[in-house]
Design a protein around this ligand. Structure first.
Ligand code: NAP
Ligand code: MG
Length: 462
């Protein structure tokens, strides 16, 4: 795979200060496919200075011109769609068809949505005798995870650029090649030097330096709740704004009136796609006791179909974490109806599609995020019981409700403590605000709500 040996700073690829590098590994065959530099605090400082220097000019650039650059970025990503899909498959391991349909395609739609929003958003409003200006918040430090490597980047960089902010990005160490491709696309799009900068590196080194840097005005982070908590604490000391997209443990609530087979099949597919590495995955399926045995049979059959098709998880460490949770599930009394800890293949970081029955709400596997292809099926007595279980974790990122009647599902969804709910299998909407209740995060991404995270107001009184 193509890899740059420098950082994209101030409009060009520049050599790293230090000599440390990161090996990029293909999780499907455990081979090293590339090597990128690991940034130090000095590299981060150079990038932040470039972003600060570019801020005044970009913030003053008319929104229509910012929109034109975002349209060009959308086009540059679209022109590289195949290369992006192949790169994501090589460094994340997702099957090529999924990389094309989701990893490469969704970011194009999100970039397009922000090209349009930049052109149409009201960056000024009248409130009584005031004119309220919506101004860019400044320099953004963006830190992203590996699970949707390009989507997570575009969901931050596109709204930041639309708002008139400048950006320093520290992508996940496991998927830096996709981030480098993104930087190439930004360059091709004619975005002025310094507006977007990329420093690859390790979280506790380059990531931490970015969070601590006094030249950063907003830290936008997507990743684990543990790291998010640490970042929020560091940022708080400098009264720096944070946007946090964190973990999830979403409930898929199947009400008795639902089409059970459809709800179970879509539910299993949702958890197994991307090898279970989706923050909003419906990892807890809640089924009424009268339908429980039938749901188990359907789920085990659906999971078995994924045995051949599922990709690996991202790394050996991630596979060990997931196996640890499967062991814990068994130890705490849950019953395996599909999968388990045994590797389905000799080579690669594969985990079998796994389904647990007899999971109770207080078990570790029902409380903690697993981030692998592991589904827990829980039994409920009545609707109030289902709601207690659905809301009974520290997380609140997403969820699903199935019912014979849409309004019945909506009534239940209104009582859920979560930022997104799919009704009877509703489709992903790149304009709908995405983000968490409770410990799943602070702030929202996508659409106008995502744009607002990068703006601050100034009120002029007349
Ligand atoms: P992670 O370990 O928290 O890492 C996320 C990013 O933070 C990576 O770039 C990481 O660098 C960096 N980082 C690590 N320690 C840091 C520190 N001390 N200071 C600054 N940055 C630091 O998360 P992950 O394991 O990569 O991703 C999985 C997690 O992300 C899951 O919990 C998942 O739910 C969550 N997630 C949430 C959403 C959402 O929208 N809510 C979306 C996707 C994923 P390294 O790569 O070098 O570790
Ligand atoms: Mg990590």
């Amino acid at each position: 795979m193509k890899a740059h040996d420098g950082f994209y700073i101030d409009g060009a690829w520049r050599p790293a200060v230090g000599r440390d590098t990161i090996d990029v590994v293909n999780p499907a065959d455990e081979q090293v496919i590339g090597r990128v530099p690991a940034g130090t605090a000095l590299d981060v400082d150079t990038a932040v200075r470039a972003a600060r220097a570019a801020l005044t000019g970009w913030a003053a650039t008319p929104p229509a011109e910012r929109a034109a650059r975002l349209t060009a970025l959308r086009d540059a990503l679209a022109a590289r769609k195949d290369e992006i899909a192949e790169t994501v498959t090589a460094e994340l391991g997702s099957p090529l068809a999924f990389s094309q349909a989701v990893h490469a395609s969704v970011p194009i739609a999100v970039a397009a949505s922000y090209a349009e929003l930049a052109a149409t958003h009201a960056f000024e409003e009248k409130v009584g005798n005031s004119t309220v200006l919506h101004e860019p918040i400044g320099v953004v430090g963006a830190i992203t995870p590996w699970n949707y490597p390009l989507h997570q980047i575009v969901a931050k960089v596109a709204p930041a650029l639309a708002a008139g902010c400048t950006v320093v990005l520290k992508p996940a160490e496991d998927t830096p090649l996709t981030a480098q491709l993104f930087a190439e696309a930004v360059h091709e799009a004619g975005v002025p030097a310094g507006v977007f900068n990329l420093v690859t590196g390790l979280g506790p080194v380059a990531g931490q330096a970015l969070v601590e840097h006094p030249g950063v005005d907003l830290v936008s982070f997507t990743g684990s709740t543990a790291v998010g908590r640490q970042i929020a604490a560091t940022a708080a000391a400098a009264i720096k704004k944070v946007a946090l997209e964190l973990g999830g443990k979403s409930a898929n609530v199947i009400l008795p009136s639902a089409d059970l087979a459809k709800a179970v099949n879509v539910g299993v597919a949702n958890v197994m796609s991307n090898s279970g590495q989706t923050c909003s995955a419906w990892t807890r399926m809640l089924v009424h006791r009268d339908q429980y045995d039938e749901a188990l049979e359907l789920a085990a059959a659906a999971a078995a179909k994924y045995g051949e098709r599922i990709g690996p998880v991202v790394s050996a460490r991630q596979r060990e974490r997931v196996r640890g949770y499967i062991d814990k599930g068994v130890a705490e009394g849950a019953r395996l109806v599909a999968g388990g800890t045994e590797s389905p293949r000799e080579q690669g970081y594969f985990v079998s599609p796994t389904v647990f029955a007899d999971v109770t709400p207080e078990m570790t596997i029902a409380q903690e995020e697993i981030f692998g292809p592991v589904l827990s099926i829980l039994r409920y007595e009545d609707e109030d019981d289902a709601l207690r279980i659905a809301n009974g974790t520290v997380y609140g990122l997403a969820g699903a409700v199935w019912a014979g009647d849409e309004s019945e599902a909506v009534a239940f969804a209104r009582r859920m403590e979560t930022g997104q709910v799919d009704i009877n299998g509703g489709r992903f909407n790149p304009l709908a605000p995405f983000g968490g209740y409770k410990q799943s995060g602070v702030g929202r991404e996508l659409g106008t709500h995502g744009l607002a995270e990068y703006l601050q107001t100034k009120s002029l009184q007349f």
